[in-house]
Design a protein around this ligand. Structure first.
Ligand SMILES: NC(=O)c1ccc[n+]([C@@H]2O[C@H](COP(=O)([O-])OP(=O)(O)OC[C@H]3O[C@@H](n4cnc5c(N)ncnc54)[C@H](OP(=O)(O)O)[C@@H]3O)[C@@H](O)[C@H]2O)c1
Length: 338
């Protein structure tokens, strides 16, 4: 095994032209770490937000971006019993890891690592952690297990794809999501199993009324994955005593007033929240969620996630993924082989 690895580094915040290929030393194994030889990584909007110098990057010290991986354990720290070299794993990689995932190797605290679902390829498994964990947390907050109606704003995106898969698995009777173009509508029907009647054109001026009509009234659970005006629409769609979760931003004053008028609860979702704890026991919640998702895939309760594999670890692939995500023009998840 070589003692260097290939990685894509960000030489300075700003343009995607600042990405460059580099040969770097393998990351060291810290106490509690698992070192993973990546087979695939996936992309998330937070990647370009950090690249541009946004506040999401304030905890990140590495110039290698990327938060999702699937791969093979290369070595484990002597104090660990949970994993062995050769195990196939996937992981939610945040600022606690040696670097991001645009690389061939990364060392990750074991609490953030789980055994890869056996039925998924590395490319499919790499698409799961950020989007699957975020969707899991959002659905838990809106009480998806007990609701009969759920509106998911942004259903065709990465997080939305997982939210829809999990909501369908729960058997929620009335599930509605908007789409802004024929490509997203086709994706939701062909890849996510929704019927035409479950999809609203969010560019229609009366789209809130249309959504209400599809449901026969407001929704007891609403998940916002878009923000801005769509979050405002979500506050209008939530029922009296209902629950609204957003993964994007806080409601403005007018939207908050709408929530007051419904006695509705607002839940901000931060997928990285557990990583901010100093207690490694709290970090373990990531593995618990990944294990749960694994079980759903391997039991056949949910189908393999739809993905688009853009190509191998390279500046070109990273730049292409960032360009597509910045246009908000992605259905499902974009993946890179490593
Ligand atoms: N809080 C957290 O922990 C957390 C975690 C993950 C992600 N996020 C954030 O959540 C957002 C979504 O993440 P993602 O990975 O799902 O992004 P994504 O995959 O880039 O989402 C793309 C989707 O957004 C939809 N969309 C864009 N504008 C829309 C609008 N005005 N109304 C309705 N849908 C619209 C698009 O559908 P159409 O093609 O139909 O327009 C597209 O399919 C991002 O801002 C991301 O930074 C937060």
């Amino acid at each position: 095994m070589s003692d260097t690895m290939k990685a894509i580094v960000l030489r300075a915040p700003g343009s995607a032209d600042n990405f460059a290929a580099a040969d770097l030393p393998l990351p060291p194994l810290r106490p509690g770490d698992v070192r993973i030889r990546l087979r695939a990584a996936s992309f998330n909007p937070v990647d370009y937000q950090i690249r541009k110098g946004g506040p999401e990057g304030r905890l990140v010290s590495s110039n290698i971006l990327g938060r999702d991986l699937s791969g093979t354990v290369d070595s484990v720290h002597a104090d660990l019993r949970d994993f062995r070299a050769g195990d196939e794993v996937f992981s939610y990689v945040c600022h606690l890891a040696s670097s991001g995932t645009y690389a061939q190797y990364v060392s990750v605290p074991a609490e953030l690592v789980a055994k890869k679902p056996a039925c998924l390829s590395h490319e499919q498994a790499a698409s799961v952690p950020v989007a699957g964990i975020t969707a899991t947390m959002a659905l838990a907050k809106v009480g998806a297990e007990r609701t009969s109606s759920l509106f998911i704003a942004g259903g065709a995106g990465g997080v939305g794809t997982f939210a829809i898969m999990l909501a369908r698995q729960l058997g929620i009777a009335n599930l509605v999501t908007p789409a802004g173009n024929p490509r997203s509508r086709a994706y939701l029907m062909e890849r996510c199993g929704l019927g035409n009647g479950q999809i609203i054109d969010y560019k229609a001026s009366d789209f809130v009324a249309q959504a209400m009509k599809r449901n026969g009234g407001p929704f007891s659970a609403v998940v916002d994955l878009v923000g801005g005006r769509m979050l405002g629409a979500c506050t209008q769609l939530v029922a009296i005593d209902g629950n609204l979760a957003s993964i994007t931003e806080a409601p403005n004053q007018d939207d908050f007033e709408t929530l007051f008028q419904r006695n509705a609860s607002f839940h901000p979702i931060g997928a990285n929240a557990y990583s901010l704890s100093g207690d490694r026991g709290v970090w373990r919640r990531y593995r618990a969620m990944l294990d749960h998702l694994s079980g759903l895939f391997d039991s056949g309760a949910i189908r393999p996630p739809p993905i688009a594999v853009l190509g191998p670890l390279s500046v070109e692939v990273v730049k292409k993924a960032h360009a597509l995500l910045e246009m908000s023009a992605v259905q499902g998840k974009l993946v890179m082989t490593c």
